[in-house]
Design a protein around this ligand. Structure first.
Ligand code: SF4
Length: 252
């Protein structure tokens, strides 16, 4: 992994309607690149991707060492705004243990009173900042990406990311701590949909399921072929409906 410390020019990126975090005022990415190496990651395929060869994705990281300072500098933007943290990296990937940039960014955000912060991650490391998260109260939601119930599928499609069992533990811990949580299944990967719903429904009934477009950006064609029956539109739709019905039935 090639790690480069950089000085960023700005840290709060305005979001346009229709963009990935389009319902938010800003996105915040303390790191560039991502060690989790999800095969379907859309970030390296953006036209404005910083590194032109998407096959290098997962082999480099940029650390925006001045990210907390920039939040302080741009604090006028923070007040009363909605912030998606993060849209183009995982803020709690393992390098956070060394730099604690996400922790320090959250500390700054807390000081300048945003209206809403959504933290999105696949990583149990966020639990190390549980007390900090609590201080945001109702302003904070945490989205946890849980894309399958099957660890072997996870390893194939998300080779560098924490296991599903660690993510379920994260979901359970945040829910027990009174933090607003939801699950993101973007994309929904081959799974037992009933079992997946059973695993998450004790902790949240809110799930985002995205079955569209992901096969187009997935760079593991061998996996798409291997699980082609699951990725057929009808099959994906049936799996999504099963999950939503199961979650809904539990909620009523
Ligand atoms: S965790 Fe998110 S940013 Fe990182 S590789 Fe996976 S999809 Fe991309």
């Amino acid at each position: 992994m090639q790690v480069t410390e950089i000085t960023a020019v700005s840290i709060l990126t305005p979001q346009k309607v229709g963009s990935l975090a389009g319902s938010y005022d800003y996105s915040l990415n303390p790191y560039g690149g991502c060690a989790f190496r999800c095969s379907y990651c859309y970030v390296p395929k953006f036209p404005n991707a910083r590194h032109s060869d998407y096959r290098e994705w997962g082999k480099w990281l940029e650390v925006k060492t001045n990210a907390p300072d920039l939040i302080r500098k741009e604090r006028v933007k923070v007040f009363g705004s909605s912030i998606f943290f993060s849209s183009a990296t995982d803020p709690y990937q393992y390098i956070e243990l060394k730099y604690r940039l996400s922790r320090r960014c959250l500390q700054e955000l807390l000081r300048y009173q945003p209206r809403r912060v959504t933290l999105h991650t696949r990583s149990h490391l966020v639990l190390q900042d549980l007390e900090l998260l609590r201080q945001f109260g109702e302003k904070l939601s945490v989205g946890i990406s849980i894309t399958t119930d099957d660890e072997s599928i996870c390893r194939q499609f998300e080779p560098g990311a924490p296991s599903i069992s660690k993510r379920l533990h994260l979901l359970s811990s945040l829910s027990s701590a009174g933090i607003d949580v939801y699950v993101s299944m973007s994309p929904l990967l081959p799974c037992n949909p009933e079992r997946l719903a059973e695993l998450i429904k004790p902790f949240t009934q809110t799930a985002w399921i995205d079955t569209m477009r992901w096969t187009e950006v997935n760079n593991r064609k061998d996996l798409l072929d291997k699980y082609s029956s699951f990725f057929e539109a009808a099959s994906l739709q049936a799996a999504s409906q099963t999950i939503m019905q199961k979650l809904k039935s539990e909620a009523t």
